[in-house]
Design a protein around this ligand. Sequence first.
Ligand SMILES: [Mg+2]
Length: 258
Amino acid sequence: MKKKSDDTNMIKTKMREKAKLFGFSKTNKYDKVLKNKPKIKAIIFDMDNTLLDFFGYKIKATKAALKAMQKAGLKIDSKKGYGKMFSMYYIHGFESRMIFQKFLEDVKGYADPKLIAAAMIAYREAREKALKPYPDVKPTLRKLKKMGIKTIIVSDAFRLKAWLRLTSAGLQDEFDTVITHNDTLDYKASLKPFKLAVKKLKLKPEQILMVGDSQKRDIEPAKRFGFQTCIAMYGKKHAPTINVPRLKSFKDVLKFVR
Ligand SMILES: [Mg+2]
């Protein structure tokens, strides 16, 4: 039989672990905070760099598109071409549908359809291969489902682009709802997608945890809206400048549900 002190020690260790996760050094401070927090009944996930490695796939797919254009006759140094392509994303947006056209107009003077076709085909092929969820995403989502926690996506991406990425990553059947830019015609910073999420979930904001990688686009608006929040650190280079619990790996999200 286990001694009572063993149980107490185990609870203390667990509390210490959680306290660390929340960025608190003192267990009692964490305990006080957790006691005041309502139980989480649903989790809203951002998609890009939270569920799947958006930048990782973008780099691979862009390199493949450039290589295909070179093979189809484009004369450009690989390093220069790659740099140019990425500067195009920053000018026209990472979701731009005209990125190869704009790139070719810039480097060749006109949008050569033969090169655009080569780029698009290579890009799509590379996307299929490169778009994978982060480790443990699927088993963790299934555990949450078993626990009765609703899981939804709120993404600023366009609807079809979001579904293409979700499907490529094999996550298309894992969520109760997917809310994209098209559903409110606004971004998370406006709070409109969050209002829609709460309406669909029929829960109070404080019963919902928002998980995202961007302090500005996910965490700050979610906090303003009244959600509980935690920031995904595994796909990030920079630490947040605000006090917010951090996820070192996706499965850490299980520590937030009781
Ligand atoms: Mg993101």
